[in-house]
Design a protein around this ligand. Structure first.
Ligand code: TRP
Length: 446
């Protein structure tokens, strides 16, 4: 299992783009603003930021370290590290969970694709088709989720350098640019400033609402792609010359930064839409939220803008498709790397077979959307991901040999031993992060 035969990133930039591409996705641009609207605005933003740095970043670094050290997938990684055999089931749970995440994620990603096609179809005069693609009925969901699976399988089958790296390095910078331009534009609209206040000024009466903690923790795990092995696998393809501490920091900052930026776009956009007549509050006077928030508010906003709006709609939803694609790639890569490393399967075969299995799961969810969708989202992201994170803390903080760990982090970062970071990271991974996860999981059940 030499590094080169498994595939490797050709550059540091390639790895950062792939890891940031995994982290940045619908979780940031669709999930984060939706959760913020649902949980009372700025209080949620604050809590999410704290949890991303205090729980997310330490675990991200743990995953990077195990991944690069073992140069393997989650199951292979635990199997190859001393004391890790008992943790192999944790690897398996990760591989399965990420498949279920891919299954629901592709449905939303497919809807983004539909909203990207909608204005184009209208422009060419196909009005009926335009209405059908965004109907979010069973058949359109099936079509677009399947299309998304198909593209993801193609890229993963192409391998690390020619698939993941090539696409992430092109797509991620484009995304950032579009997002910034769109946000600047939205902030100049009437009504946007009111939205900005809701977004930035916390209402502390909402902070002690228990669901808030579970949601913010789930959001931090989801957004940073933690627990299931996405980050572990990506790091397994990176070279020993890289400074993992620095890369982890960059990925966390860019993920949190993009989520924050997306909120800066969406929440003021909601208020701007309201200023031009769209309905953004429910009967109880709360901001509307839920999975359809973006699909209700943004097209309404774009519609009020005439021809510019059509262009913006196309650009925005194109951006969403890109963001989703760099994330779905890193999801499918987890089980595929297991099949390739541990089962000796051919990469193309593994991508098609595993993609096919979870495509079926996705179709089952699409056919029973009302029954299954929310349930699968909540179980995988608010419960299993934090639980897997807890196991990672236990393994890295308490089971894994300390010297092995430090030696691995030192590669590409020789002075790390005396740094401030190395004084506090072990404390976080042993105590602070796992205890916080336990408390939040426990209060969700009580
Ligand atoms: N983090 C991505 C987002 O915010 C989604 C994602 C990619 C993910 N890989 C993952 C979520 C693994 C959970 C687990 O959209």
């Amino acid at each position: 299992m030499g590094g080169s035969s498994r595939g490797e990133f050709s550059s540091s930039f390639g790895f950062i783009m792939a890891a940031a591409g995994s982290a940045i996705g619908l979780g940031n641009i669709w999930g984060f603003p939706t959760q913020t609207a649902q949980n009372g605005g700025a209080a949620f933003v604050l809590l999410y930021l704290i949890l991303a740095f205090v729980v997310g970043y330490p675990i991200l670094l743990a995953e990077f370290t195990i991944g690069r050290h073992s140069q393997s997938n989650p199951v292979g990684a635990y199997q190859s590290i001393k004391g890790g055999k008992r943790f192999a089931p944790v690897g398996f749970l990760g591989i399965t969970t990420v498949g279920f995440i891919l299954s629901f994620y592709s449905i939303i990603a497919g809807t983004m694709m539909a909203y990207f096609l909608n204005p184009i179809l209208k422009l060419v005069g196909l009005h009926q088709a335009a209405a059908w693609v965004i109907s979010q009925g069973v058949s359109s969901n099936i079509l677009f989720a399947s299309l998304f699976f198909f593209i993801t399988v193609l890229i993963v089958a192409a391998g690390v350098k020619n698939g993941i790296e090539k696409w992430s390095t092109r797509l991620m910078p484009t995304l950032l640019l579009i997002l910034i331009l769109l946000t600047i534009y939205v902030l100049t609209l009437d009504g946007a400033m009111e939205g900005l206040k809701v977004y930035l000024l916390p209402d502390f009466t909402k902070v002690f609402h228990t669901q808030l903690f579970t949601s913010a923790l789930g959001q931090a795990f989801f957004s940073l792609s933690l627990g299931v092995g996405s980050m572990l696998v990506l790091a397994s393809y990176t070279s020993k010359k890289e400074n993992l501490v620095r890369l982890g920091r960059l990925v966390t900052l860019s993920d949190v930064g993009i989520a924050f930026l997306a909120g800066l776009l969406i929440i003021p956009a909601m208020y701007a839409a309201s200023a031009s007549g769209a309905e953004i509050f429910d009967e109880a006077g709360n901001l509307i939220s839920g999975p359809n928030l973006i699909f209700q508010v943004l097209p309404a906003l774009f519609d009020t803008m005439g021809p510019i709006g059509i262009g913006l709609a196309i650009i925005f939803f194109f951006l969403m498709v890109i963001a989703a694609l760099t994330s779905t790639i890193s999801m499918l890569e987890v089980p595929v790397s297991y099949a390739v490393d541990n089962r000796g399967m051919d990469r193309t075969k593994a991508s098609i077979l595993i993609g096919g299995i979870f495509w079926i799961v996705s179709m089952v969810i699409a056919l029973n959307f009302d029954l299954l969708f929310d349930f699968v989202v909540a179980t995988t992201t608010e419960f299993i991901q934090p639980l897997l994170g807890l196991f990672i803390c236990v393994f890295v903080g308490w089971v894994m040999n300390r010297n092995t760990l430090i030696e691995e982090i030192k590669q590409g970062n020789p002075d790390v031993e005396n740094s401030f970071f190395m004084k506090i990271w072990p404390l976080f991974i042993r105590y602070v992060s796992p205890i916080l996860i336990l408390i939040i999981l426990a209060q969700a059940f009580l």
